[in-house]
Design a protein around this ligand. Structure first.
Ligand code: NAD
Length: 370
């Protein structure tokens, strides 16, 4: 294996460094056992970068992120930085990274491991075997649209404005990503918007339909309003294969799908950009959860979402399908054996620390490789 796979690790704040340490353990294992080596650099982002440099993302870190094959990010933020000015806050650094790297497609799988089906807030039979992929548009829409702001009307009133805005090409490229991914799954895509009440929804539906007609005849496309999709996700989630939607609806619906799986601590994500001439896509992999300030520094965090994010990195950035499958299988087996961090603890299971969970995953990989 070549040694020139370049990874940038940005552990971030709170439990970020703790869960990233367990990914390092898996990477060390792969280096020693499979002779897969990465060029790994590590840097600061978020609150820790603000403390060190007065900004949550330095230009150097951004340049490094643009140059590597993939970025692995923990999580950013926490109460310590709640009063920092908006454009220097931890979240601003993360948003800037996503925007500058042009990571327009956010992939959030919601998969229910058999051992955890009972942890879902829904009935076991509704979620057992669930395997949905939500593709959320990540760089456009209402989180970035202009004008935005709060103006003082001078009469004791204020007026706040956000702008939801999408262009044809922004919708087209994320729909293409969803159709391409669906081809490797069950070939079904549900495009979600609110064409009944929003102009962006009307355009979204029109472009999704056109893009589908342009070479994706093998994919079944249907359209659904976002409010109905929220209802369907908790009524009958297994009806979905791939859901593609805008930034705002994707934010809400993917958190809703997250809870079907039982815990935030289990959910990985990938954010991909457009492919360059060599086929390489800028990419960032991160767990869906935040910095969990309530348990940070206590070795209680569930590292599996971070480890599964690394598995997605192997799959999507390095095409190392066998290795990705092995990491995921090791996670599944560890859960089958009854090991649980606090967030997914169930009666009769064995409570383990963040480190012990990481050790169990590599021990399982030993067995799978042996
Ligand atoms: P959170 O995801 O950090 O925590 C929500 C709850 O889930 C907490 O009780 C926490 O203990 C638990 N939890 C989360 N991940 C866990 C894990 N891996 N193992 C065990 N338990 C876990 O969300 P929050 O409390 O709303 O936000 C806390 C901070 O994180 C805020 O500053 C927020 O802005 C930030 N945040 C960052 C990101 C990101 O970096 N992508 C995402 C969400 C929130």
């Amino acid at each position: 294996m070549s040694a020139n796979k370049k990874l940038l690790m940005l552990p971030g704040d709170g439990i970020g460094p703790e869960v990233m340490n367990q990914v390092k353990r898996v990477i060390d294992w792969m280096d020693k056992t499979r002779h897969v080596s990465f060029d790994i650099a590590e840097d600061l982002v978020g609150g820790c970068a603000y403390d060190a440099h007065g900004t949550s993302l330095t230009d150097n870190t951004l340049a490094d992120a643009m140059a590597v094959d993939a970025v692995l990010l923990g999580a950013v933020g926490g109460p310590k930085w709640d009063n920092v000015e908006r454009d220097r806050r931890p979240e601003a650094g993360l948003l800037k990274l996503r925007k500058e790297m042009d990571l327009f497609a956010n992939l959030r799988p919601a998969t229910v491991f058999p051992a955890l089906a009972e942890a879902s807030s829904l009935k076991t039979e509704l979620v057992s075997g669930l395997d949905i992929l939500i593709v959320r548009e990540l760089t456009g829409g209402v989180y970035f649209g202009a004008p935005r702001g709060i103006e003082d009307l001078g009469n004791g009133q204020k007026r706040a404005v956000d702008t939801q805005v999408y262009t044809t090409s922004e919708i087209d490229r994320v729909c293409r990503a969803a159709f391409d991914l669906a081809r490797k799954r069950q070939s079904r895509v549900t495009s979600v918007e609110k064409a009944n009440v929003m102009e962006t929804g009307v355009l979204w539906r029109e472009v999704a339909t056109q893009t589908h007609a342009d070479g994706y005849g093998d994919i079944i496309l249907n359209h659904m309003y976002a409010d109905n999709c929220a209802m369907q996700l908790v009524r009958d989630p297994k009806q979905f294969d791939v859901i593609v939607t805008d930034n705002l609806f994707g934010d809400v619906l993917s958190d809703c799908a997250a809870m079907l799986t039982g815990s935030l601590g289990m959910l990985p994500s990938a954010s991909l950009g457009a492919a360059d001439e060599s086929g390489r896509r800028k990419a960032m992999y991160e767990p869906v959860h935040g910095t969990a300030p309530d348990i940070a520094g206590q070795d209680k965090a569930n590292p599996l979402a971070m480890i599964l994010s690394y598995a997605m990195c192997l799959r999507y950035s390095f095409d190392m399908i066998e290795d990705a499958d092995m990491v995921e299988k090791a996670v599944e087996t560890v859960l089958d054996c009854g090991l649980r961090t606090g967030d997914i603890m169930q009666p009769g299971m064995t409570l383990v620390s963040c480190q012990a969970m990481g050790e169990a995953v590599t021990a399982e990989m030993d067995k799978l490789a042996g």
